[in-house]
Every structure is written in C-alpha cells, then in structure tokens.
Design a protein around this ligand. Structure first.
Ligand code: DMJ
Length: 695
C-alpha cells in the first residue's frame, strides 16, 4: 500500500513539475510552439513569437499527415500541384501598412553600420582570445580561457577527436573571415603563422569530412584569394609567398587518401590517422554527408594542381552513394556500410548525416559545371519535395500547416520520427541557390520562429511535442547562413531584422569571459566550455556579410560561392577546366587502339604517396602492370605500385617509350604517361596507386 502512495505521489509531483515548467518556459503543448508563424498573409505579417504573443492551441495537423502518408490517396500536400495559381514570393513583401510593416519593412543605414560593427566585434572577441589563450591548440575553451587539443586520454571521444587534429584548427578555419572583414594585416600574419607552424604529420585520427571542410577547404580558399590576379580584396599579395598553403592542402589531402583504399564500394572510411592511414580497428560505416561531401574541396584541389586523383576519388564516392538510392523514392539513407553497400541507417532527411551531400551536388555543379552533378541534385531535390515535404502545398497561402521537411524511411517515405534538427536550417540557403526562393522563405521562417522562442536553435526540435528533444546549441551558423542568402536574394529588410535578432541573442546568451560558449541548454541557458571553429569561419562571417552591403564579395565582378564550412571560393573558369584531360586524353582521338589492347576506354588515376618500398618499379612494371592490362582490360581494377625511390620511377619513362616503340600505345600507355607527369608534379612522393575506371 505504502509503495503505491509513493508512486502516486511521485506521479502527481511529476505532473505538477511539468505544469510549472510549461508555465515558466512555454514548453508545454498548450503554451508553446503552436507553430507561431501564420502564413495566412504576407511574410511581414508573420506572427513571430514575441513576449506575451502566445498562439492558441490546435491539433497538430502534421500528425494527421503522418497517417495520411500511409495512404497515398489521402496525401494532399507533399507534391506541388500545377493547377493552383500561386503568387510570386515577391508579393509576400508587398502588401499592407501596419505594425508588421513598421517593424520589418525598413532597416536604417545607421543600424546596419552598428550591427556590422557588432558582428565584427563578436569575431574579434573570439579570435583574439583564441590567439591569446589557445593558439597553437585547436580550439578555445572560452570559459576557462585556455586551449583545447585532441582528447588523447580518450581516443573514443569522437565528438572532440573527429575535429581536433592538433593542427591549430581555429586559426586555419578563420583565415578567410579575416579577409572578409578587410583585415589584410592580420590575414597575412595568420597565413605566415600557418605556414611556419602547422604540420599534418601528426598522430591524430580525424574524420575525413571534418578535416576536409574545415582545414583543406580553408587552406585552398585562402590560397586562391591570396593569389587571385583580379585582386577582389585589393592588392593583398604576400611577399615571398610560394604556394605554401596549397602545398599544405595537398599534403593533407594525400594523408586523407588512404580512406579511399580497400573499400569495395569506393565509399571512403570515415576516419584516418594522419600519419598511419586508416586505423586497423576502423568501422566500416559512414554517414552519407561525411562520405559524399568531399567533391568541392577535392575537385578544386585537383583542378589547381592538375592532378585528377582527388576529384576522382571524391566523385567515385558520390557516384557509389548515388547508385545506392532507393528505386522507389529516389532517396538515400543516412548511414551506409562501405564494404557491402547496405544502408545501416535508413533515415532520409535534410539534417545530420545528409545535409551537405545535397549541398555539394549543387555547389559542385555551380563550380565545375558538370551537368551530371546537377542532374543528381535535381532528381534528389524532387524526391525531397515529394517525400519529405509536408504541410500545405503553397508556402504562403491556403489551408493547413506551413511546410515542413520531415525524416522518413528512404525506402517507403514513411515518417520515422517527429523531430527536425538544427543543421536542417541550412536548407533554405540551398533552396535560394536553386532558385526556389518561395520554399526557402517559408522554411527559414519556421526555424526563425524556433530561434525567437529560445534565442538559439536546439539541436533537435520535436514538432509533435512542440518542444526541444536535444537541448544544446553549439553556436551553429545554419540559420544565419540561410538568412544571409535570403537577404541577398530578396534584399528584404526583414532578414536584417532576423540577423540583428540572432546577433543580439548570441551576445546575450552565449558571451562568456574569453569568447562565445556552446549553450548546453537552450532553455536555462547553461553553457559548455567549448567554442567550435565554425563560429568564426561561418557564424560571424555570415553575420558580418549580412550587414556589409559594400563588401568586396558583393561588389566584385567575380561571383563567389561558400563551401559548407563557409569558405569563400570564386566561381572561376579555371575550375571548369580539367587540365589532365587536355594533356593526357584517356584515348587518342581518331586512333584505333592496337589489337592487343582492349577497346574499352580506360582512364587511369594515380595516387602517389610515401612508400615502404619492396620491389623495383621496373619489375612491377613489366610483371604486374602488363599483367593488369591483360586481366583488367575491361577496366574497374586497381593496382598499387611500390617503388624504392623516385629514380626508379623514372625508369617508367623509358619503359613507356619502349611500349610505344613496340606499338603498345593504347589507353594504358597514356595513363602511364599521366603517371609520369604526376611524378614530376610531386617528386617527393614514392608510391603509386593506380585506379582503372570506365569512362
Ligand atoms: C559546420 O562544420 C559545417 O557547416 C557543416 O556542414 C555542418 N556542421 C557545422 C556547423 O554546424
């Protein structure tokens, strides 16, 4: 009897406590997020939740869609139908003169200047303190005012070790923001520091994706901006600069390459040790974004140095993932086994594990002009609209809830859970790049409404319970990134107000003694002692750019794009050319291959890396490579050639000449000539890895 009273007592207490929490924080269904945005009229009338602005309760119609989705007949909102006339998104901003107009339809220049200054100060408060208390370590602990490096005591702490490689991460990640802020002197100082102090010869096991977007991407971006002959940021040439940033980027990329070896699908391992390659105990599972978002950086690197290897492995990974999409829905899952190609995570969504996969299909197309990338992007965008988008058909009018993109099973499109995550807030920015501004406006407003409520975005928000599921906010940039891109697209002052709001809440809720700290709990605003590098490379950069209309990036005749880590890259003709194809065509035009060489068009990609040499190259050349030619003349094979010294590789040249003299000048010999060229490009590397692929 007694225990029953205790249980009942505890239950009553729990209910009372919940009520108290709802009343205080507005987390409960009757007080909370009854989708406080009303799109029943134009955008500047959106009822963004303000103090005392509590919406009335109504049944959540998404729940209904969850069931409707099981019956395709009943599904009314997931496809855009062609017959209901829709207003242009511009009309969202054109009507009425009331309180909303007064608040959102203008943004004084003086306020813009003030906000730009605030964004600049925010960056420097984080950056200067990092330099003072943390450099050369990877990150700043902004509360303790000290540096943070990899967690060597706990190698399985991947939250830290995936990102921190003992390579001054925050300094590298912040490089181009210094230029965006117009601080050429500090940019030069930072570049020199990187050149003089950073080495990737470290016993650090990092995530390939993180090293790529934060380090490789930043190095390439800084190199390109530094050497851009059009001088978009004025004459910022650095005396005696000898492409060191590019060499560093190349060195890092070579250290990431082992992730692409010994994988049956071509989808890379998620982690490598920078000194020793893939750890022997590596898992065979990776997320789609991690494996499929390497193409922008790897592609630019390849095109800068004239070595197709990097782009080739990144493309092979994208292709492999793409080929695993569902035949039914066209969607991909979020986790895949790199050896079997089986989907381990069948969840398809816009957020964690998938986000930048979509982003890089479109951005690769924009940068490199490869139509295939856009074909993939369009197809998956359509699948997203068909299977992930719920809510009413039009963004800004009609009945039903405003649109929302949910997480579904990739094979049947059924909803898998009722949360969205804060990473998804990047998607409106991508929709802008894709020209779908209307959907971008709606989705952005949805995330902004959540921000308004908490002064941050909780890592996961449960749209059914209308409450956060995961409460931390690590200073992520996605909402401000979309805000910036939407402002560029619409020039509507509403987005300047959003930016101001974000800036002010960051100041109020996350500023600590030596920087800005991760929010541990978006409701009680308790903090964690961590400032991720993307706060400086993205959050501050987009905030600054939002208010800096005259920034060279906006005025320059060149067009720019941002990598997924916010690094600036010009859209440049030289990235639309593949020098290796001009120099070493896979097959000579108008020339029949000799009879003993397969007619199949092969292209050979070569990776050169440090070696543990055992056999002479010449032996291998005669015994193995020719053998490979016979065995693999249908393409699709791989062979690794190990050499003792670079000199031995030179023997290859003679061998190729011999091949040609003996009439064996087919695709293989062209490929080998490409290999020779590679050797000249990187004379210090000593092993060669051949990939044979079908063209
Ligand atoms: C950044 O490193 C990049 O924007 C990445 O694409 C996603 N995660 C973080 C920021 O949240």
């Amino acid at each position: 009897m007694q225990w029953r009273s205790i249980v009942v007592g505890l239950l009553v207490l729990r209910v009372l406590l919940n009520c108290a929490v709802w009343l205080v924080f507005g987390l409960g269904p009757s007080w909370g997020f009854d989708f406080p945005i009303k799109f029943t009229f134009n955008l500047h009338k959106i009822q963004l939740l303000q103090d005392g602005d509590r919406a009335t309760v109504k049944t959540n119609a998404w729940l209904q869609h969850m069931y409707d989705n099981r019956n395709p007949q009943a599904k009314t909102c997931s496809k855009i139908s062609g017959n209901s006339p829709k207003k242009s998104y511009l009309s969202f901003f054109q009507e009425g003169r009331d309180d909303y107009d007064r608040k959102y339809s203008s943004f004084p220049d003086a306020l813009k200047v003030k906000m730009r200054g605030m964004a600049r100060d925010m960056f420097y408060f984080g950056y200067d303190n990092y330099m003072k208390f943390a450099f050369p370590e990877d990150e700043l602990n902004p509360i303790a005012c000290e540096g943070r490096g990899p967690d060597v005591l706990n190698p399985s702490n991947i939250n830290i070790n995936d990102v921190l490689g003992n390579y001054s991460l925050t300094l590298i990640d912040a490089l181009d923001t210094l230029l965006v802020l117009g601080n050429v002197t500090e940019f030069h100082r930072a570049v020199k520091l990187v050149i003089d102090t950073v080495s990737f010869d470290k016993d650090s096991t990092v995530q390939v994706f993180e090293a790529n977007i934060r380090i490789l991407g930043s190095l390439i971006s800084a190199h390109i901006l530094l050497t851009d002959p059009r001088h978009p940021f004025g004459d910022i040439a650095l005396k005696d600069y000898d492409n060191e940033l590019l060499h560093l980027a190349h060195d890092l990329a070579v250290r990431l390459l082992p992730a692409f070896e010994n994988t049956s699908t071509g989808i890379p391992y998620p982690r490598v040790n920078l000194k020793r390659g893939v750890p022997p105990d590596s898992i065979n599972e990776t997320c789609t974004a991690g494996a499929g978002s390497l193409l922008v950086e790897f592609g630019i690197l390849s095109r800068l140095i004239g070595d197709s290897t990097f782009e080739w492995v990144a493309r092979r990974a994208v292709k492999a993932l793409w080929n695993l999409r569902s035949n039914e829905t066209g969607l991909l899952g979020n986790v895949v086994n790199i050896q079997t190609g089986q989907w381990v995570g069948k969840q398809s969504g816009l957020g964690a594990g998938m986000d930048s996969f979509y982003e890089y299909l479109l951005k690769s197309y924009i940068l490199f002009g490869e139509k295939e990338d856009y074909r993939m992007f369009s197809a998956v965008y359509e699948s997203i609209q068909s299977h992930l988008r719920r809510g009413r058909e039009a963004c800004n009018e009609g009945d039903g809830d405003p649109p929302l993109y949910v997480n579904v099973n990739m094979f049947n499109g059924q909803i898998m859970n009722t949360w969205i995550d804060s990473l998804q807030a990047f998607f409106p920015g991508l929709q802008v790049l894709n020209g779908d501004v209307e959907n971008a406006i709606c989705l952005h407003a949805f995330y902004y409404a959540i921000w308004k409520r908490f002064g941050a975005l909780p890592e996961r928000y449960n749209w059914q319970l209308q409450a956060p599921d995961v409460l931390f906010y690590p200073l992520r940039p996605e909402l401000v990134e979309s805000t910036y891109l939407l402002y560029q697209a619409t020039k509507n002052p509403f987005y300047l107000h959003v930016g101001m709001d974000i800036l002010e809440s960051l100041e109020k809720n996350t500023k600590v003694r030596c920087g800005y700290a991760t929010l541990h709990h978006v409701v009680d605003k308790s903090k964690e002692d961590r400032m991720e590098s993307f706060f400086l490379s993205e959050t501050c950069k987009y905030l600054y750019l939002l208010f800096d209309e005259d920034n060279p990036l906006h005025k320059s005749e060149s067009k720019y794009i941002f990598t997924t880590e916010g690094h600036v890259v010009p859209i440049d003709q030289r990235f639309r050319e593949k020098s290796w194809e001009d120099q070493f065509p896979c097959e000579e035009p108008n020339k029949e291959p000799p009879a003993n060489i397969s007619n199949t068009k092969c292209c050979l990609t070569v990776i050169i890396r440090e070696a543990h040499a055992q056999m002479s190259f010449l032996d291998l050349f005669h015994e193995d490579v020719l053998l490979v030619e016979e065995e693999y003349n249908g393409c699709g094979g791989e062979v690794t050639v190990v050499t003792d010294t670079v000199e031995q590789v030179e023997t290859l040249m003679h061998s190729v000449l011999w091949l040609e003299r003996h009439g064996k000048t087919g695709t293989m010999s062209y490929a080998l000539r490409a290999a020779m060229k590679m050797i000249q490009v990187t004379p210090s590397k000593q092993w060669i890895h051949f990939f044979l692929s079908e063209r």
